[in-house]
Structures are given as structure tokens and as C-alpha cells.
Design a protein around this ligand. Structure first.
Ligand SMILES: [Zn+2]
Length: 311
């Protein structure tokens, strides 16, 4: 009977330990559940440079996914089923709003899929300018039945002053969807706004001394940038189509006449024709990306590339 008291201790100890284990398991299970308080706001941006502004203004309160992936062509992209699922779970869609074909083709379906989706037009307040190209006139577009009389150039984000509008539009939409964080978004936007003003004057200063102010691009993405800094963009194509032999020789003649040595190309488009032009004029192709997510550094890189071609 010597272990009588001992067995009493054990019997009273065992149940309380299993309750402790059960509590621990329950706590662990509970910990695996999604925590609604810390969940980030789900946002979809149509293109990478627009996502940059959502990243910067939304900070750590927002999770951004992008529809057109790096290297994808926003003039012809189609979303994947996975992206459509993500869109169904998102609170906000930020579109360029400037006539990017991908958005024109898909916006209605996005809204059918997610009735609660709030849409932010990143180009609100920006004055869009007409597309200019050597090989596409407005008359040609109208004749082709496209009803794009004086079609707007969609690439407005490549001017830092326009980018300030994007940041403001994104801030307004985030605050509307998630009012509890409106001050946080306002602070982030104010910081970004000062950076964009600084970037604008930095680029203006760097380009101010140039005598030659024309550059030749294959795809006409840099019209707003050119206008902002008193440069002239000469664009080979206008609609993302392959140039005809007649159009090719038109571009080559002009480049020879103006002694142009560089044809700027972008990662989203085939460079075959641009390389053929460069060979014919005894020049080279140089890559500039109109759709980089690294917005500010990318504009600095592009500025250096344009300067190099105009000296
Ligand atoms: Zn484009």
C-alpha cells in the first residue's frame, strides 16, 4: 500500500495534463485560421508600372497582383484562369484607363465576375494626347473601320507629372475601399509625390543641354515622355503590327536623312524589323522598357539611353 498516495497524485495529474494538451492543440488550430484583422487588401493592377504606384501608396497594407506579366504585351494579353480567380477575391482593380487594348477587351468580364470590384482609373485627370506614328495616320485607322479618330496614345505613365496623377488616383481609391488606413495611404502618397517631382526635374536638367532632340523608336511608347522634356519621338509603327516593305523603306529613308543611328526597341515586341532597320542605316538597336515595375530607376535608365543616342 506504500504507493497508494503516489497513485492518487498520478490519477489527479493525468486528466489535467490531457486537458492542457487539448487546449494547446485548440490554440494551435486556431492559430492556423486566417486572421481577418491582419489580412492585406487584395488589389489587381493591369500593368507593371501601375502596380508600382499601388505598391508605394498601399505599402504593407496592400497585396498587389498584376494582370500583364513582365514581357507580356498589354496590346494583346489575355488573363489566365488563375488570374480570374484572384480577381474574384480582390477589392480593387487599378486600370491604366488610357485605352490599353487588354483593358478594353476584358473590363466587362472582370466586372461580371466580381460585382463588388471597385475600379480605379489611373489616368483620371491626365490629358491624353493623340498617337503619332510614321506609318499610321488617323485616316488609315478610320478606313480600316476601327473608328479610332485621333486615337489616344495609351502610354501616359511614362511622364513623371502624369505619374503624380496616378499616385493621387490610387490613394483616393485605396482610401475609399479601406478608409481605416486612409492616413497611412495619404502619407505614402505625399512621400512618393515629392520623389516624382524630384525625378521630373532631374530628367529635365539632364536633357536640357542637348542640341539633337529626336529619337527613333519602333513602338511608340515614349510620346508623353518626349513631350514633357521637349524631345521628338519618331515612331516606326503605330498599331503593334508588322510593317509592310513600303513602310519599312519609309522609316529607313527618314532615319538616313536625319542621320539617326539608334532604333529603340522594347522587350514586349519582336525586334526583327527594328534590327533590319538598324542594319540598313548602319546603326544599332537599344532596349528601353515602357512597362518596368521599377518605375523611377527605369526612367533614369531610359533617359541615359536616349541621351546616348542623341549625342
Ligand atoms: Zn505600347
Amino acid at each position: 500500500m506504500g504507493n497508494g498516495p503516489g497513485s492518487k497524485v498520478i490519477t489527479s495529474f493525468v486528466p489535467s495534463r490531457s486537458i492542457n494538451c487539448l487546449l494547446l492543440i485548440l490554440m494551435l488550430l486556431n492559430g492556423c485560421k486566417p486572421q481577418p484583422v491582419s489580412r492585406k487588401l487584395q488589389v489587381v493592377a493591369s500593368i507593371e508600372p501601375i502596380a508600382y504606384f499601388v505598391d508605394r501608396v498601399g505599402g504593407d497594407r496592400v497585396s498587389v497582383s498584376v494582370m500583364v506579366p513582365p514581357g507580356g504585351n498589354p496590346h494583346s494579353y489575355e488573363p489566365t484562369p488563375k488570374q480570374m480567380v484572384r480577381l474574384g477575391e480582390s477589392a480593387l482593380f487599378v486600370k491604366a484607363g488610357s485605352g490599353v487594348e487588354f483593358e478594353l477587351d476584358w473590363m466587362r468580364r472582370f466586372l461580371d465576375l466580381n460585382k463588388n470590384l471597385v475600379v480605379c482609373d489611373a489616368s483620371e485627370g491626365v490629358s491624353l494626347q493623340p498617337m503619332t506614328s510614321l506609318t499610321e495616320s488617323h485616316e488609315e485607322s478610320a478606313a480600316a473601320g476601327q473608328h479610332r479618330h485621333g486615337r489616344d496614345d495609351p502610354h501616359f505613365w511614362l511622364s513623371p507629372q502624369n505619374a503624380r496623377h496616378i499616385a493621387a488616383n490610387v490613394e483616393r481609391s485605396l482610401a475609399a475601399v479601406d478608409p481605416s488606413n486612409r492616413e497611412y495611404y495619404a502619407t505614402n502618397r505625399a512621400v512618393l509625390d515629392r520623389e516624382l517631382e524630384g525625378l521630373d526635374s532631374e530628367i529635365r536638367n539632364r536633357l536640357s543641354g542637348l542640341k539633337e532632340r529626336r529619337f527613333l523608336v519602333f513602338h511608340p511608347a515614349w510620346g508623353y515622355y518626349a513631350k514633357a522634356y521637349g524631345l521628338e519621338q519618331i515612331a516606326a509603327e503605330g498599331e503593334g503590327k508588322t510593317l509592310t516593305p513600303v513602310q519599312m523603306s519609309m522609316v529607313i529613308d527618314l532615319a538616313r536623312r536625319d542621320r539617326i543611328g539608334v532604333v529603340f526597341v522594347s522587350p514586349q515586341f519582336s525586334t526583327t524589323q527594328a534590327e533590319a532597320i538598324a542594319r540598313d542605316i548602319g546603326g544599332k538597336t537599344v532596349m528601353v522598357d515602357p512597362l518596368s515595375r521599377d518605375y523611377q530607376q527605369n526612367l533614369r535608365r531610359a533617359t541615359a539611353a536616349f541621351m546616348g543616342s542623341m549625342q
